[in-house]
Design a protein around this ligand. Structure first.
Ligand code: NAD
Length: 362
């Protein structure tokens, strides 16, 4: 790797604990280290049994379990959770679950400044970022604020054993997407690029093993390790065309988060590849493949993930609307973003055809 002549890198005060069983053994310790004695545990409906186990492990340091997290953090859900935290006199929160549960914990932190401990159960990476999101009247707003960055992250591979294979695969490729865009981000730095390569290598290596045997704890550990690294890349850099496209497809058209990332990634990468040779070389090494967009497309297909936006429910007439929205947004991307270029990427992703690694029209 050549050392860039000009970069900056900032670390945030986050403690990470990673071990099987940590959800019960480490969470109370993390609360103790932070001096927290009145924690509200937040989760989604499906995560409630695990959240109750955490609450039990916290003992007297838990003031309640609030199981109302929903995808994209609707504003009324956030308002209710803030009221519950205040009424309980909470001095901190523990979010147990995927990006939706952690998103709810962040929404509480944003309004109350209460410290947050995250116990992630998917590979979304939200636990490693200072990014919050809130959806009001169908419009999703996001922002960065250090106050929402979890102070402590408890990674427990055992917690991910129950993650169904389809979600494992799409959530894993969602993580890979963070690393891909970090490699060509305007604020990329050497340490982040190393983490991105290692994250992609770990995740792409683990996913086939998890798909073959969802109870393989070693493979689950490698996937979660990859998710940590990819999440750290997301938190440290500015994302480009891929994340903006997925944001619009999720926010405006209601497409599911991780499957949308999975479908779109190979096409955005094929589009950006001619303008990001160093990123492509790094990914080629991490994946052990010459044709990186095609390798990602094949990985997803081989593991049974959806391959087209049509499968996810998008209509052909939505493509031009989405392209116009995305092309109108200001953001960094290695290749200039034009309406035609975005429409080319979207059309290929809609049809799910093999990505054209020579680069889509620009
Ligand atoms: P999610 O949290 O909505 O979880 C998806 C589904 O999986 C849910 O039904 C959940 O109950 C279930 N689930 C989660 N863990 C499970 C487990 N271990 N076993 C069985 N079922 C389990 O989805 P996600 O993909 O983790 O997160 C998506 C959300 O997170 C989106 O709203 C996205 O915008 C947000 N996000 C935010 C950031 C950020 O930095 N702010 C980063 C990534 C994602």
């Amino acid at each position: 790797m050549t050392v860039p002549a000009d970069f900056s890198y900032e670390t945030r005060p986050v403690r990470v604990v990673f071990r099987p069983g940590a959800v019960v053994t480490a969470t109370p310790d993390e609360a103790g280290r932070l001096g927290l004695r009145r924690l509200l545990v937040v989760c989604g409906g499906r995560g409630e049994p695990t959240a109750r186990t955490v609450a039990q492990a916290l003992g007297d340091a838990c003031v309640g379990v609030h199981a109302e997290a929903r995808m994209h953090v609707p504003a009324d859900v956030a308002d209710r959770a803030v009221d519950v935290a205040r009424a309980a006199g909470a001095d901190g929160c523990v979010a147990v679950g995927g990006g939706s549960a952690i998103g709810l914990g962040k929404a509480i932190a944003l309004r109350t400044r209460l410290p947050l401990i995250a116990v992630p159960s998917t590979y979304s990476g939200s636990e490693m970022t200072p990014v919050w999101g809130l959806t009001d009247h169908g419009v999703k707003r996001t922002g960065r604020d250090p106050v929402v960055q979890p102070r402590s992250v408890v990674y427990d591979p055992e917690l991910t054993l129950s993650l169904p294979v389809p979600l494992t695969v799409t959530s894993g490729i969602n993580a890979v997407a963070h690393a891909v865009e970090a490699l060509y981000a305007p604020d990329a730095s050497p340490l982040i690029s190393l983490m991105a390569q290692e994250g992609v290598r770990a995740m792409a290596g683990a996913l086939p093993s998890v798909a073959a045997d969802p109870g393989d704890l070693d493979a689950r550990g490698r996937a979660l390790y990859g998710a940590w690294l990819c999440g750290a890349c997301l938190g440290a850099t500015t994302m480009g065309l891929h994340h903006k496209l997925c944001h619009v497809l999720g926010g405006t058209f209601g497409l599911p988060h991780a499957p949308t990332h999975t479908v779109v990634l190979p096409y955005v990468l094929a589009h950006n590849a001619p303008a990001a040779p160093a990123a492509v070389a790094a990914l080629s090494g991490a994946l052990g493949a010459q044709d990186v967009p095609r390798a990602l497309w094949e990985l997803a297909g081989r593991l049974g993930a959806p391959r087209s936006l049509a499968e996810l429910g998008l209509e052909r007439e939505d493509l031009a609307v989405a392209a116009a929205q995305v092309a109108g947004l200001p953001y960094a991307n290695p290749r200039p973003v034009t309406a035609d270029g975005v429409l080319g990427v979207l059309t290929a992703a809609y049809e799910g055809r093999e990505p054209d690694s020579a680069g889509a029209p620009g």
